[in-house]
Design a protein around this ligand. Sequence first.
Ligand code: NAD
Length: 374
Amino acid sequence: MKIAVAKELDTSEPRVAATPDTVKKLKALGADIVVEPGAGIRSGLLDAEFTAAGATVSADALKDADIVLKVKRPEASELAAYKRGALVMAIMDPYGNDAALKSMADAGVVAFAMELMPRITRAQVMDVLSSQANLAGYRAVVDAAAQFGRVFPMMMTAAGTVPAAKVFIMGVGVAGLQAIATARRLGAIVTATDVRPATKEQVESLGAKFLAVEDEEFKNAQTAGGYAKEMSKEYQAKQAALTAEHIKKQDIVITTALIPGRPAPRLVTAEMVRSMKPGSVLVDLAVERGGNVEGAKPGEVVETDGVKIVGFTNVAGRVAASASSLYARNLFSFIETLIDKNSKALAVNWDDDLVKATALTRDGAVVHPNFQPK
Ligand code: NAD
């Protein structure tokens, strides 16, 4: 069994899908690991480290590979090098990308979308959304602090006292919780909001204050899967009125609100941005999904009247070494379920819930029920 670790074609992607640590673990499962030259360099991993862990480094890594490990979905141009029937694991970004799914089906590969892994206990170790969102939440606060012309903690010095920064986190999923914890560690005064009632207690347990319109709709805003529902226009208007007053008084706003398969909800209007003091900073972690903040631009820091809107993309990739290390372990844990321990051969159980939830294409067709061609 040959496992290939691909070098990312996308130059904005510094992460890599395996590390020397996971190479050793994959070898122990009986696999031969071949790494494309330079695959890990932007995560601080040299080819020599992969070799020392037991991998081979070769430009032909993808040829005849049974499993290909990637961070981003393979582009049509890359697929020519893949063997038909190869299992490909990546963050596939399948929503609204029918043509890309078709090209993977046409190439005959089995494409696994790691971000569709169900959030059940057994699959926690494979949860790439959580491992990457946690780091993005941390980095969003660090990016905000770097753009901010003042300090986060209150400082009482001989030369005088500077006040603590006021930080508001909108959206308290995995990224938002880590953002709260990180901002608190830096000494900020933190408030947070979400539409899911369960988050109130989580926010308070981290020492932050919760702010939300707590009406009947709010009480039912969580799906059985633990995600947010898209809220009614009426709720969004009430939420906007409450947050508008609050945002005026904030130094930093970090938004992380997402709804699976839908555009990100617009939470901060241009008017709210204008109401903030010069020197304030907004970080929009949802910018790649349409943005929570009006005026946020993917990959840019937009400054208007002294207020900055930070729209960095691939924020987990801004801490690439940590992100790769956790992502690689997520992949390893999934692969472990696909290999028979005794024969050391691939033995995919197509009826396994984890396989059914993540397999997008197989035998030349798009097989996932949520992404059937229209
Ligand atoms: P996400 O990335 O889908 O969304 C981020 C947050 O935005 C969510 O908390 C969501 O409620 C919030 N949001 C959506 N619309 C909003 C709006 N209009 N205003 C304010 N906030 C809004 O979420 P996530 O980080 O993937 O977490 C989703 C859920 O999954 C959480 O309940 C989390 O605890 C849970 N989870 C479970 C497991 C597990 O059991 N294995 C693992 C990770 C996360």
